[in-house]
Design a protein around this ligand. Structure first.
Ligand code: PMP
Length: 394
């Protein structure tokens, strides 16, 4: 269409340099095996870490909530869209996280936008890990705060940046708890100590640690026994929790300010009843079915061991996120395509999501991936690697 010619040109360029990838459609519910293109394949790309997307208790609560409260809420939270179930979910989340309060947002993405957009002003400086998630980067961009970026998980560099930052109302340090592309865990004990030493506020985005690390999946703060020492925790309800949403767990004053000023809460309609009720049930399931997390970690260790024994480079992952490094972008796409033909869905991840030359196929194990399924997946990886010429260190 006239005026948008550049869009077509950009898409054509992306198609020529192989960076245009069509979206993959699932034709079934989200389980260890899913239907894609009419074929059953092993799913290794979903964040459904604990298999909760299809948990009967979550589904039942969602259906009941629709029956009683309807399909939508008809308003933003701050006008007419706060139902009692929203407040109940928030109370349960605050109790779960051992914080004074919590507030639920439409997604982890908007939770980050709300916190950073509200708490950072031109009087403050934000000090951020260079590999933090896009929603943190975008949240920071919304603000007029001074910015300082420290090298990935490098606490020496963080200390330098903290020393350099003077004359601001707040020094605000922000890090992912688990980094979503490499699966490594932030050195939170050291970061917390530095924040205490330099009087900085600390925020952790625990999207990939929610339901995965810590007692009953309370996250990295609990995993490292740092309860009460980290100011703000953001979690997601969209990954291990199995539904959709994000939340902030923080002191009451922060929650109150977010209720008055958090733009996604003020200007975007609240979670529908089905989603809220399913999330509330999921928080209960996390506490009543800890065996799901045990299985997740058992299968994660099994999968990493098997991949390493077969000579695949799995980077520095310490969590269920396990990349299979290919280096070249083309090699990642080729491996992913060959895997699908061999019966495994594992998406290639390339620049700009990761650095150039660090392309990979990212795999994520869940509590539903039994060793038999993982053995099957490994065979497919070996066949796909051999077909596409990916080197293995056997
Ligand atoms: N933070 C991190 C670190 C993430 O990996 C993600 C999801 N990719 C988000 C935030 C956003 O969470 P949600 O999907 O709930 O919007």
């Amino acid at each position: 269409m006239k005026g948008l010619e550049w869009v077509e040109a950009e898409i054509n360029e992306m198609k020529n340099n192989e960076s245009f990838r069509p979206l993959t459609e699932l034709e079934s519910d989200q389980r260890a095996k899913v239907m894609i293109n009419g074929k059953e394949v092993i799913q290794l790309s979903s964040n459904n870490y604990l298999g909760l997307t299809t948990h009967p208790r979550l589904k039942l609560e969602a259906v009941r909530a629709v029956d009683t409260f309807g399909a939508g809420t008809g308003s933003v939270r701050t006008i007419a869209g706060t139902f009692s179930m929203h407040e109940e979910l928030e109370k349960e989340l605050a109790a779960f996280k051992h914080t004074e309060g919590s507030l639920v947002f439409q997604s982890g993405f908007t939770a980050n936008q709300a916190v950073l957009g509200t708490l950072l002003t031109k009087e403050d400086i934000v000090i951020s890990d260079e590999l933090n998630h896009a929603s943190i980067i975008d949240g920071i961009r919304l603000t007029k705060a001074a910015r300082s970026i420290y090298r990935h998980t490098d606490t020496k560099d963080l200390e330098e940046k903290l020393k350099e930052a003077s004359g601001y109302r707040t020094k605000f340090v922000v890090t992912d708890g688990v980094f979503s592309m490499d699966g490594n865990i932030a050195p939170l004990p050291e970061i917390t100590e530095l924040c205490e030493k330099y009087g900085a506020v600390l925020m952790v985005d625990d999207a990939h640690a929610s339901g995965v690390l810590g007692r009953n999946g309370r996250g990295t703060v609990d995993h490292f026994d740092l309860n009460g020492r980290v100011h703000i925790q953001v979690g997601t309800l969209s990954k291990a929790v199995g539904v959709l949403g994000g939340y902030v767990a923080a002191p009451s004053a922060v929650i109150d300010l977010l209720k008055m000023k958090g733009r996604p809460l003020l200007f975007s309609t609240s979670h529908p009843p089905a989603v809220t009720a399913a999330c509330r049930e999921a928080v209960r399931v996390l506490q009543e079915e800890p065996e799901r997390i045990d299985l997740l970690w058992k299968y994660t260790k099994y999968w990493k061991k098997k991949l390493k024994e077969a000579g695949f480079d799995t980077g520095k992952s310490e969590t269920p996120i396990t990349p299979v490094m290919t280096g070249e972008e083309k090699a990642a796409h080729e491996l992913s395509d060959a895997l699908l033909e061999e019966g495994v869905y594992a998406r290639s991840i390339v620049y700009p999501t990761v650095e150039k030359g660090k392309a990979r196929v990212r795999t994520m194990v869940t509590s539903e991936h039994t060793p038999e399924i993982l053995d099957e997946a490994l065979e497919a990886f070996i066949r796909a690697a051999d077909r596409t010429g990916l080197q293995r260190n056997e």
